[in-house]
Design a protein around this ligand. Structure first.
Ligand SMILES: Nc1ncnc2c1ncn2[C@@H]1O[C@H](COP(=O)(O)OP(=O)(O)OP(=O)(O)O)[C@@H](O)[C@H]1O
Ligand SMILES: [Mg+2]
Length: 191
């Protein structure tokens, strides 16, 4: 084989390798969108010209606001039942086991996100999380970022945030506290 042919072959192998690695990296980056975990349906980050009509939002007081979707950055997420509302509903129906199970799932879900390096500075388990089809989801996605070091450096933060949540359960849903304490102790021992 001539030298120039070898050169072309190795250049094209190199290009294929780089493209392959970049493509895999992009696919992997897609995981960080946490589509399932946040109930994400659609996002719009850059200006476009394909939304033909503006979106009209009407609040509870009947006030209207017109949104130009092409010019606006937005996320579209599934509707969740926010944690405090979910627990209220369970307790109103005397579904204590369901409420306890929801708290267990919520803690497991949160710990799994922390262990993947997902930083949620303001955890607020009662209002920044909810349940979609009885499964936990993080609804506040504005305040999420990824930090590799967080996979191991999150423990103190997680502990203090869960302690804050525990206080809230004590104040608002005391019948769930005993099970919550057992579950959180068990989960913290495993992490
Ligand atoms: N996907 C959703 N399903 C149901 N309710 C939602 C959803 N997203 C937001 N909400 C409601 O809006 C509230 C505020 O949403 P979010 O936490 O994303 O915004 P925020 O600007 O961070 O507000 P805050 O400072 O109160 O946390 C939630 O606590 C919840 O009541
Ligand atoms: Mg929030």
């Amino acid at each position: 084989m001539k030298l120039s042919a070898k050169c072309i072959l190795s250049i094209s192998l190199f290009v294929t390798l780089v493209l392959g690695i970049s493509f895999t990296w992009i696919i992997k980056r897609q995981d960080y969108l946490l589509k399932e975990e946040t109930g994400l349906i659609y996002y719009h980050f850059a200006p476009t010209d394909y939304f033909t009509t503006p979106l009209i939002l009407i609040n509870k007081l009947g006030e209207k606001r017109e949104i130009d979707l092409d010019a606006t950055e937005f996320f579209l997420q599934k509707k969740a039942v926010v944690t405090f509302e979910y627990l209220d509903r369970c307790l109103a129906l005397n579904q204590i086991d369901k409420a306890n199970d929801a708290l267990k799932k919520l803690l497991e879900f949160t710990i799994a996100l922390y262990c993947q390096g997902i930083v949620m500075v303001d955890l607020q388990l009662m209002s920044n999380f909810g349940f979609i089809d009885d499964l936990p989801a993080r609804i506040d996605i504005e305040h999420i970022e990824f930090k590799k070091s967080w996979k191991t450096d999150h423990k103190e933060h997680l502990k203090s945030q869960v302690e804050y949540f525990r206080e809230w359960i004590l104040q608002n849903h005391a019948p769930l506290l005993e099970s919550f304490d057992t579950v959180s102790k068990d989960l913290f021992l495993k992490t």
